[in-house]
Design a protein around this ligand. Structure first.
Ligand SMILES: Cc1cc2nc3c(=O)[nH]c(=O)nc-3n(C[C@H](O)[C@H](O)[C@H](O)COP(=O)(O)OP(=O)(O)OC[C@H]3O[C@@H](n4cnc5c(N)ncnc54)[C@H](O)[C@@H]3O)c2cc1C
Length: 416
Protein backbone atom coordinates (compact mmCIF):
# COMPACT_ATOMS: atom_id res chain seq x y z
CA UNK A 1 0.00 0.00 0.00
CA UNK A 2 1.26 3.49 -0.88
CA UNK A 3 1.14 5.78 2.17
CA UNK A 4 -1.05 8.23 0.21
CA UNK A 5 -3.77 5.71 -0.68
CA UNK A 6 -7.26 6.36 0.61
CA UNK A 7 -8.91 3.24 2.12
CA UNK A 8 -10.76 2.65 -1.20
CA UNK A 9 -7.53 2.97 -3.18
CA UNK A 10 -5.72 0.63 -0.80
CA UNK A 11 -8.51 -1.88 -1.31
CA UNK A 12 -8.21 -1.54 -5.09
CA UNK A 13 -4.41 -1.93 -4.88
CA UNK A 14 -4.79 -5.13 -2.85
CA UNK A 15 -7.32 -6.47 -5.37
CA UNK A 16 -4.95 -5.71 -8.27
CA UNK A 17 -1.99 -7.32 -6.51
CA UNK A 18 -3.94 -10.48 -5.77
CA UNK A 19 -5.03 -10.69 -9.39
CA UNK A 20 -1.47 -10.12 -10.67
CA UNK A 21 -0.06 -12.74 -8.30
CA UNK A 22 -2.56 -15.23 -9.72
CA UNK A 23 -1.75 -14.41 -13.37
CA UNK A 24 1.92 -13.38 -13.58
CA UNK A 25 5.43 -14.07 -12.27
CA UNK A 26 7.29 -11.43 -10.26
CA UNK A 27 9.94 -9.37 -12.10
CA UNK A 28 13.54 -10.16 -11.32
CA UNK A 29 16.42 -7.67 -11.59
CA UNK A 30 17.61 -9.42 -14.77
CA UNK A 31 16.41 -12.08 -17.19
CA UNK A 32 12.80 -10.96 -17.58
CA UNK A 33 10.96 -11.98 -20.76
CA UNK A 34 9.13 -8.67 -20.67
CA UNK A 35 12.41 -6.88 -21.55
CA UNK A 36 11.99 -8.19 -25.09
CA UNK A 37 13.28 -11.04 -27.22
CA UNK A 38 16.96 -11.90 -26.70
CA UNK A 39 17.46 -12.85 -30.34
CA UNK A 40 16.03 -10.85 -33.21
CA UNK A 41 15.05 -13.56 -35.61
CA UNK A 42 11.66 -12.94 -37.17
CA UNK A 43 10.31 -16.05 -35.44
CA UNK A 44 11.44 -14.88 -31.99
CA UNK A 45 10.08 -11.40 -32.53
CA UNK A 46 6.75 -12.76 -33.74
CA UNK A 47 6.56 -15.15 -30.76
CA UNK A 48 7.31 -12.24 -28.38
CA UNK A 49 4.64 -10.13 -30.06
CA UNK A 50 2.11 -12.95 -29.63
CA UNK A 51 2.95 -13.16 -25.90
CA UNK A 52 2.33 -9.42 -25.62
CA UNK A 53 -1.05 -9.88 -27.32
CA UNK A 54 -1.83 -12.76 -25.01
CA UNK A 55 -1.07 -10.63 -21.93
CA UNK A 56 -3.31 -7.88 -23.30
CA UNK A 57 -6.13 -10.44 -23.64
CA UNK A 58 -5.59 -11.70 -20.08
CA UNK A 59 -5.68 -8.12 -18.81
CA UNK A 60 -8.83 -7.41 -20.80
CA UNK A 61 -10.59 -10.50 -19.47
CA UNK A 62 -9.55 -9.53 -15.93
CA UNK A 63 -11.06 -6.06 -16.43
CA UNK A 64 -7.74 -4.18 -16.26
CA UNK A 65 -7.03 -3.36 -19.92
CA UNK A 66 -8.21 0.26 -19.73
CA UNK A 67 -9.48 0.97 -16.26
CA UNK A 68 -10.51 4.57 -16.88
CA UNK A 69 -12.24 3.96 -20.23
CA UNK A 70 -16.03 3.57 -20.46
CA UNK A 71 -17.26 0.04 -19.80
CA UNK A 72 -19.18 0.02 -23.10
CA UNK A 73 -15.78 0.00 -24.86
CA UNK A 74 -14.21 -2.63 -22.61
CA UNK A 75 -13.01 -0.35 -19.81
CA UNK A 76 -14.40 -0.38 -16.28
CA UNK A 77 -15.49 3.25 -15.75
CA UNK A 78 -12.70 3.54 -13.19
CA UNK A 79 -10.60 6.54 -12.28
CA UNK A 80 -7.23 7.76 -13.53
CA UNK A 81 -5.86 7.13 -10.02
CA UNK A 82 -6.92 3.49 -10.26
CA UNK A 83 -5.21 3.31 -13.65
CA UNK A 84 -2.00 4.61 -12.09
CA UNK A 85 -2.27 2.20 -9.15
CA UNK A 86 -2.61 -0.66 -11.61
CA UNK A 87 0.48 0.49 -13.57
CA UNK A 88 2.53 0.76 -10.35
CA UNK A 89 1.56 -2.75 -9.29
CA UNK A 90 2.04 -4.32 -12.72
CA UNK A 91 5.60 -2.93 -12.89
CA UNK A 92 6.60 -5.46 -10.21
CA UNK A 93 5.62 -8.38 -12.46
CA UNK A 94 7.29 -9.96 -15.47
CA UNK A 95 4.55 -9.07 -17.96
CA UNK A 96 4.08 -6.52 -20.70
CA UNK A 97 1.88 -5.78 -23.64
CA UNK A 98 5.04 -4.41 -25.31
CA UNK A 99 4.51 -1.97 -28.14
CA UNK A 100 0.75 -2.67 -28.11
CA UNK A 101 0.41 -0.02 -25.43
CA UNK A 102 1.21 2.60 -28.09
CA UNK A 103 -1.60 1.93 -30.60
CA UNK A 104 -4.03 1.37 -27.73
CA UNK A 105 -3.14 4.73 -26.18
CA UNK A 106 -3.26 6.48 -29.56
CA UNK A 107 -6.21 4.96 -31.40
CA UNK A 108 -8.71 4.51 -28.55
CA UNK A 109 -8.67 8.09 -27.17
CA UNK A 110 -8.55 9.58 -30.70
CA UNK A 111 -11.68 7.63 -31.66
CA UNK A 112 -13.46 8.50 -28.42
CA UNK A 113 -12.64 12.21 -28.87
CA UNK A 114 -13.20 12.59 -32.63
CA UNK A 115 -14.78 9.41 -34.02
CA UNK A 116 -18.49 8.78 -34.56
CA UNK A 117 -20.43 6.21 -32.47
CA UNK A 118 -20.25 3.58 -35.26
CA UNK A 119 -16.45 3.85 -35.44
CA UNK A 120 -16.10 3.61 -31.66
CA UNK A 121 -18.46 0.64 -31.55
CA UNK A 122 -16.70 -1.18 -34.38
CA UNK A 123 -13.03 -0.67 -33.47
CA UNK A 124 -12.35 0.06 -29.78
CA UNK A 125 -13.32 -3.26 -28.23
CA UNK A 126 -11.14 -5.46 -30.54
CA UNK A 127 -8.31 -2.92 -30.21
CA UNK A 128 -8.34 -3.22 -26.44
CA UNK A 129 -8.49 -7.02 -26.51
CA UNK A 130 -5.63 -7.07 -29.09
CA UNK A 131 -7.80 -9.06 -31.47
CA UNK A 132 -7.04 -6.37 -34.02
CA UNK A 133 -3.61 -4.80 -34.09
CA UNK A 134 -3.06 -1.21 -35.24
CA UNK A 135 -0.15 0.82 -36.55
CA UNK A 136 0.46 4.54 -36.89
CA UNK A 137 0.93 5.75 -40.47
CA UNK A 138 2.09 9.33 -39.93
CA UNK A 139 5.81 9.83 -40.72
CA UNK A 140 7.06 10.06 -44.29
CA UNK A 141 10.52 10.45 -45.82
CA UNK A 142 9.88 14.21 -46.17
CA UNK A 143 7.65 14.68 -43.14
CA UNK A 144 8.71 13.80 -39.59
CA UNK A 145 9.16 16.70 -37.20
CA UNK A 146 7.32 18.84 -39.74
CA UNK A 147 4.53 16.29 -39.99
CA UNK A 148 2.05 18.64 -41.66
CA UNK A 149 4.35 18.58 -44.70
CA UNK A 150 3.12 15.05 -45.50
CA UNK A 151 2.43 14.22 -49.14
CA UNK A 152 0.55 10.89 -49.20
CA UNK A 153 -2.54 11.66 -51.27
CA UNK A 154 -6.14 10.57 -50.68
CA UNK A 155 -8.28 11.58 -53.66
CA UNK A 156 -12.06 11.40 -53.52
CA UNK A 157 -13.76 8.99 -55.92
CA UNK A 158 -17.48 8.65 -55.11
CA UNK A 159 -17.88 7.13 -51.67
CA UNK A 160 -14.19 6.30 -51.38
CA UNK A 161 -10.78 7.89 -51.12
CA UNK A 162 -8.01 6.50 -53.32
CA UNK A 163 -4.71 6.55 -51.43
CA UNK A 164 -1.24 6.71 -53.00
CA UNK A 165 2.06 7.47 -51.30
CA UNK A 166 4.61 6.24 -48.80
CA UNK A 167 5.02 6.15 -45.02
CA UNK A 168 8.14 5.23 -43.06
CA UNK A 169 9.20 4.17 -39.54
CA UNK A 170 5.88 2.40 -39.14
CA UNK A 171 6.33 0.25 -36.04
CA UNK A 172 4.80 -3.22 -36.21
CA UNK A 173 3.08 -2.63 -39.55
CA UNK A 174 3.91 -6.26 -40.37
CA UNK A 175 1.47 -7.42 -37.67
CA UNK A 176 -1.19 -4.74 -38.14
CA UNK A 177 -4.74 -5.32 -39.28
CA UNK A 178 -5.50 -1.59 -39.42
CA UNK A 179 -3.62 1.68 -39.51
CA UNK A 180 -4.39 5.28 -38.62
CA UNK A 181 -3.35 7.21 -41.69
CA UNK A 182 -2.75 10.92 -42.21
CA UNK A 183 -3.24 11.78 -45.87
CA UNK A 184 -3.57 14.94 -47.93
CA UNK A 185 -7.12 15.42 -49.15
CA UNK A 186 -6.82 19.08 -50.26
CA UNK A 187 -3.45 20.17 -51.70
CA UNK A 188 -4.77 23.70 -52.30
CA UNK A 189 -5.34 24.36 -48.60
CA UNK A 190 -2.51 25.49 -46.26
CA UNK A 191 -0.51 22.48 -45.13
CA UNK A 192 -2.32 21.91 -41.81
CA UNK A 193 -5.75 22.47 -43.35
CA UNK A 194 -5.86 19.85 -46.11
CA UNK A 195 -5.16 16.68 -44.13
CA UNK A 196 -7.63 13.92 -43.21
CA UNK A 197 -7.34 11.15 -40.64
CA UNK A 198 -8.32 7.79 -42.16
CA UNK A 199 -8.72 4.26 -40.84
CA UNK A 200 -7.06 1.91 -43.33
CA UNK A 201 -7.30 -1.85 -43.66
CA UNK A 202 -3.68 -3.05 -43.88
CA UNK A 203 -4.80 -6.26 -45.63
CA UNK A 204 -5.84 -4.34 -48.76
CA UNK A 205 -3.83 -5.68 -51.75
CA UNK A 206 -2.58 -2.13 -52.51
CA UNK A 207 -0.76 -1.92 -49.16
CA UNK A 208 2.84 -3.12 -49.29
CA UNK A 209 4.82 -3.42 -46.05
CA UNK A 210 8.61 -3.53 -46.47
CA UNK A 211 10.74 -4.25 -43.40
CA UNK A 212 13.57 -1.98 -42.22
CA UNK A 213 16.25 -3.47 -39.99
CA UNK A 214 17.40 -1.34 -37.07
CA UNK A 215 20.90 -1.14 -35.60
CA UNK A 216 19.62 -3.29 -32.73
CA UNK A 217 19.07 -5.89 -35.42
CA UNK A 218 15.33 -5.83 -34.86
CA UNK A 219 12.57 -5.79 -37.48
CA UNK A 220 10.09 -3.46 -35.77
CA UNK A 221 10.22 -0.71 -38.38
CA UNK A 222 8.73 -0.74 -41.84
CA UNK A 223 8.17 1.33 -44.92
CA UNK A 224 4.56 1.19 -46.09
CA UNK A 225 3.61 1.87 -49.72
CA UNK A 226 0.06 2.65 -50.87
CA UNK A 227 -0.94 2.01 -54.47
CA UNK A 228 -4.55 2.90 -55.28
CA UNK A 229 -5.80 1.75 -51.89
CA UNK A 230 -9.52 2.41 -51.62
CA UNK A 231 -10.75 3.67 -48.25
CA UNK A 232 -14.48 4.23 -47.66
CA UNK A 233 -15.41 7.83 -46.80
CA UNK A 234 -17.04 6.48 -43.62
CA UNK A 235 -13.49 5.68 -42.41
CA UNK A 236 -12.62 9.35 -42.03
CA UNK A 237 -12.28 10.27 -38.34
CA UNK A 238 -13.52 13.80 -37.61
CA UNK A 239 -14.01 16.19 -40.53
CA UNK A 240 -12.64 15.72 -44.03
CA UNK A 241 -9.63 18.09 -44.15
CA UNK A 242 -9.90 18.40 -40.35
CA UNK A 243 -7.45 15.57 -39.64
CA UNK A 244 -4.84 17.80 -38.02
CA UNK A 245 -7.01 18.22 -34.91
CA UNK A 246 -7.28 14.41 -34.60
CA UNK A 247 -3.53 14.07 -35.17
CA UNK A 248 -2.82 16.57 -32.39
CA UNK A 249 -4.93 14.56 -29.92
CA UNK A 250 -3.03 11.44 -30.98
CA UNK A 251 0.41 13.04 -30.67
CA UNK A 252 -0.35 14.60 -27.26
CA UNK A 253 -1.40 11.18 -25.95
CA UNK A 254 1.74 9.64 -27.44
CA UNK A 255 4.20 11.85 -25.56
CA UNK A 256 2.33 11.47 -22.26
CA UNK A 257 2.25 7.71 -22.82
CA UNK A 258 5.99 7.55 -23.59
CA UNK A 259 6.91 9.75 -20.62
CA UNK A 260 4.69 8.23 -17.99
CA UNK A 261 4.75 4.58 -18.99
CA UNK A 262 7.36 1.87 -18.76
CA UNK A 263 7.71 2.07 -15.00
CA UNK A 264 9.53 -1.21 -14.71
CA UNK A 265 12.25 0.05 -17.03
CA UNK A 266 13.17 2.71 -14.51
CA UNK A 267 14.82 0.15 -12.32
CA UNK A 268 18.28 1.44 -11.39
CA UNK A 269 18.56 -1.60 -9.10
CA UNK A 270 19.51 -3.72 -12.12
CA UNK A 271 22.46 -1.39 -12.65
CA UNK A 272 23.51 -1.75 -9.03
CA UNK A 273 23.37 -5.50 -9.38
CA UNK A 274 25.46 -5.35 -12.55
CA UNK A 275 28.08 -3.11 -10.90
CA UNK A 276 28.27 -5.45 -7.92
CA UNK A 277 28.61 -8.49 -10.17
CA UNK A 278 31.36 -6.88 -12.27
CA UNK A 279 33.28 -5.61 -9.23
CA UNK A 280 32.77 -1.99 -10.28
CA UNK A 281 31.25 -0.67 -7.07
CA UNK A 282 34.53 0.79 -5.84
CA UNK A 283 35.14 2.86 -8.93
CA UNK A 284 34.38 6.51 -7.97
CA UNK A 285 33.15 7.50 -11.44
CA UNK A 286 30.81 4.51 -11.57
CA UNK A 287 29.53 5.30 -8.08
CA UNK A 288 28.77 8.87 -9.13
CA UNK A 289 26.86 7.75 -12.21
CA UNK A 290 25.01 5.08 -10.23
CA UNK A 291 23.92 7.82 -7.85
CA UNK A 292 22.71 9.86 -10.82
CA UNK A 293 20.68 6.90 -12.10
CA UNK A 294 19.10 6.40 -8.69
CA UNK A 295 18.34 10.11 -8.35
CA UNK A 296 16.75 10.18 -11.81
CA UNK A 297 14.61 7.20 -10.87
CA UNK A 298 13.47 9.00 -7.72
CA UNK A 299 12.70 12.19 -9.64
CA UNK A 300 10.61 10.24 -12.15
CA UNK A 301 8.73 8.60 -9.29
CA UNK A 302 8.09 12.06 -7.82
CA UNK A 303 6.88 13.35 -11.20
CA UNK A 304 4.41 10.46 -11.26
CA UNK A 305 3.32 11.13 -7.70
CA UNK A 306 2.74 14.76 -8.66
CA UNK A 307 0.56 13.67 -11.57
CA UNK A 308 -1.31 11.18 -9.39
CA UNK A 309 -1.96 13.84 -6.76
CA UNK A 310 -3.30 16.27 -9.35
CA UNK A 311 -5.60 13.63 -10.81
CA UNK A 312 -6.70 12.61 -7.32
CA UNK A 313 -7.61 16.23 -6.52
CA UNK A 314 -9.46 16.63 -9.81
CA UNK A 315 -6.89 19.14 -11.15
CA UNK A 316 -5.19 19.15 -14.55
CA UNK A 317 -1.64 17.88 -13.93
CA UNK A 318 0.71 20.89 -13.98
CA UNK A 319 3.54 18.78 -15.36
CA UNK A 320 3.95 19.07 -19.10
CA UNK A 321 3.94 15.79 -21.08
CA UNK A 322 7.06 16.89 -22.99
CA UNK A 323 8.98 17.42 -19.74
CA UNK A 324 8.11 13.90 -18.62
CA UNK A 325 9.05 12.43 -21.99
CA UNK A 326 12.44 14.16 -22.20
CA UNK A 327 13.39 13.39 -18.60
CA UNK A 328 12.33 9.73 -18.90
CA UNK A 329 14.20 9.29 -22.15
CA UNK A 330 17.42 11.01 -20.98
CA UNK A 331 17.43 8.91 -17.79
CA UNK A 332 17.01 5.78 -19.87
CA UNK A 333 19.95 6.73 -22.08
CA UNK A 334 22.14 7.52 -19.05
CA UNK A 335 21.33 4.14 -17.53
CA UNK A 336 21.99 2.21 -20.72
CA UNK A 337 25.32 3.97 -21.36
CA UNK A 338 26.42 3.27 -17.80
CA UNK A 339 25.43 -0.40 -18.12
CA UNK A 340 27.60 -0.70 -21.22
CA UNK A 341 30.52 1.11 -19.59
CA UNK A 342 30.42 -1.22 -16.59
CA UNK A 343 30.46 -4.21 -18.93
CA UNK A 344 33.50 -2.91 -20.81
CA UNK A 345 34.49 -5.10 -23.77
CA UNK A 346 31.73 -7.59 -22.96
CA UNK A 347 29.25 -4.86 -23.84
CA UNK A 348 30.17 -5.31 -27.49
CA UNK A 349 28.70 -8.84 -27.50
CA UNK A 350 25.06 -9.49 -28.16
CA UNK A 351 22.55 -12.26 -28.76
CA UNK A 352 23.70 -15.78 -27.95
CA UNK A 353 27.20 -14.50 -27.05
CA UNK A 354 25.81 -12.34 -24.26
CA UNK A 355 22.90 -14.31 -22.80
CA UNK A 356 22.95 -12.33 -19.54
CA UNK A 357 23.92 -8.83 -20.56
CA UNK A 358 22.78 -8.28 -24.14
CA UNK A 359 19.88 -6.20 -22.85
CA UNK A 360 22.23 -3.29 -21.93
CA UNK A 361 23.48 -3.13 -25.50
CA UNK A 362 19.92 -3.33 -26.80
CA UNK A 363 18.91 -0.48 -24.50
CA UNK A 364 21.90 1.67 -25.54
CA UNK A 365 21.28 1.13 -29.24
CA UNK A 366 17.56 1.75 -28.71
CA UNK A 367 18.10 5.30 -27.42
CA UNK A 368 16.05 6.68 -30.30
CA UNK A 369 12.89 5.13 -28.84
CA UNK A 370 12.47 8.05 -26.46
CA UNK A 371 14.67 10.72 -28.01
CA UNK A 372 13.21 10.48 -31.56
CA UNK A 373 10.03 8.37 -31.38
CA UNK A 374 6.93 10.40 -30.55
CA UNK A 375 8.76 13.59 -31.60
CA UNK A 376 12.44 14.44 -31.13
CA UNK A 377 13.84 16.05 -27.98
CA UNK A 378 14.58 19.22 -29.95
CA UNK A 379 10.99 19.52 -31.14
CA UNK A 380 9.62 18.86 -27.64
CA UNK A 381 12.02 21.49 -26.25
CA UNK A 382 10.67 23.98 -28.79
CA UNK A 383 7.17 23.08 -27.56
CA UNK A 384 8.14 23.59 -23.91
CA UNK A 385 9.66 26.96 -24.82
CA UNK A 386 6.53 28.16 -26.56
CA UNK A 387 3.77 26.46 -24.57
CA UNK A 388 5.16 26.41 -21.04
CA UNK A 389 7.65 29.29 -20.94
CA UNK A 390 5.71 31.59 -23.26
CA UNK A 391 8.73 32.29 -25.50
CA UNK A 392 8.09 33.71 -29.00
CA UNK A 393 6.94 31.11 -31.51
CA UNK A 394 9.36 29.85 -34.16
CA UNK A 395 8.91 31.82 -37.40
CA UNK A 396 6.70 29.78 -39.73
CA UNK A 397 6.80 31.41 -43.12
CA UNK A 398 4.97 28.52 -44.80
CA UNK A 399 1.76 28.68 -42.77
CA UNK A 400 -0.23 30.74 -45.26
CA UNK A 401 0.99 28.95 -48.39
CA UNK A 402 -1.07 26.15 -49.88
CA UNK A 403 0.56 22.72 -49.79
CA UNK A 404 0.86 22.81 -53.60
CA UNK A 405 2.70 26.17 -53.48
CA UNK A 406 4.92 24.88 -50.71
CA UNK A 407 6.04 21.86 -52.73
CA UNK A 408 6.69 24.07 -55.80
CA UNK A 409 8.63 26.53 -53.63
CA UNK A 410 10.78 23.75 -52.09
CA UNK A 411 11.48 22.31 -55.54
CA UNK A 412 12.63 25.72 -56.85
CA UNK A 413 14.92 26.19 -53.80
CA UNK A 414 16.51 22.78 -54.43
CA UNK A 415 16.91 23.56 -58.17
CA UNK A 416 18.58 26.92 -57.54
C1 LIG B 1 11.22 3.99 -31.93
C2 LIG B 1 10.47 4.81 -32.93
C3 LIG B 1 9.20 4.43 -33.30
C4 LIG B 1 8.51 5.16 -34.29
N1 LIG B 1 7.30 4.70 -34.67
C5 LIG B 1 6.60 5.40 -35.60
C6 LIG B 1 5.33 4.92 -36.03
O1 LIG B 1 4.86 3.86 -35.62
N2 LIG B 1 4.66 5.66 -36.95
C7 LIG B 1 5.14 6.82 -37.46
O2 LIG B 1 4.44 7.45 -38.24
N3 LIG B 1 6.37 7.29 -37.11
C8 LIG B 1 7.12 6.60 -36.19
N4 LIG B 1 8.37 7.03 -35.82
C9 LIG B 1 8.95 8.19 -36.51
C10 LIG B 1 9.07 9.43 -35.64
O3 LIG B 1 7.83 9.99 -35.35
C11 LIG B 1 9.99 10.41 -36.40
O4 LIG B 1 11.25 9.79 -36.56
C12 LIG B 1 10.16 11.71 -35.65
O5 LIG B 1 8.97 12.45 -35.66
C13 LIG B 1 11.29 12.58 -36.28
O6 LIG B 1 11.11 12.74 -37.63
P1 LIG B 1 12.29 12.42 -38.66
O7 LIG B 1 12.83 11.06 -38.35
O8 LIG B 1 11.77 12.66 -40.03
O9 LIG B 1 13.44 13.46 -38.31
P2 LIG B 1 13.55 14.95 -38.84
O10 LIG B 1 12.26 15.65 -38.62
O11 LIG B 1 14.09 14.93 -40.23
O12 LIG B 1 14.62 15.57 -37.85
C14 LIG B 1 16.04 15.50 -38.09
C15 LIG B 1 16.72 16.32 -37.00
O13 LIG B 1 16.35 17.71 -37.12
C16 LIG B 1 15.86 18.19 -35.88
N5 LIG B 1 14.78 19.16 -36.09
C17 LIG B 1 13.75 19.05 -36.95
N6 LIG B 1 12.94 20.12 -36.85
C18 LIG B 1 13.45 20.92 -35.89
C19 LIG B 1 13.05 22.17 -35.32
N7 LIG B 1 11.95 22.80 -35.73
N8 LIG B 1 13.83 22.70 -34.34
C20 LIG B 1 14.94 22.03 -33.89
N9 LIG B 1 15.38 20.85 -34.41
C21 LIG B 1 14.63 20.30 -35.39
C22 LIG B 1 15.31 16.97 -35.17
O14 LIG B 1 15.24 17.13 -33.77
C23 LIG B 1 16.33 15.90 -35.57
O15 LIG B 1 17.45 15.94 -34.74
C24 LIG B 1 9.10 6.32 -34.88
C25 LIG B 1 10.40 6.69 -34.50
C26 LIG B 1 11.09 5.94 -33.56
C27 LIG B 1 12.48 6.35 -33.19
Amino acid sequence: MSNRDTPEEAEFRAEVRTWLEAHAEPRRPSGNWSDGPREHTREQEAAYFERCREWQRVKFDGGYAAIAWPSRYGGRDGSAVQQMIYAEEEAAFDVTNGFLSAPIALVGPALMAHGNPEQCERYIHPLLRAEEVWCQLFSEPEAGSDLARLGTRAERSGDEFVVNGQKVWTTNAQYAHFGILLARTDPDAPKHGGISFLLVDMRDPGVEVRPLRTMQNSNDFNEVFFSDVRVPVENVVGEINGGWAVARTTLANESVMIGSGAQAEDSAEALLELAREQGALDDPLTRQELAEALINQRILAMFRERMTEAVRDGRMPDLDGSVMKIFWSESRIQRADLGLRILGAEGALDGADAPKHGSWQTAALGRGLGSIGGGTHEVHRNGIGERVLGLPREPRADRAMSYRELVAHDASVVKN
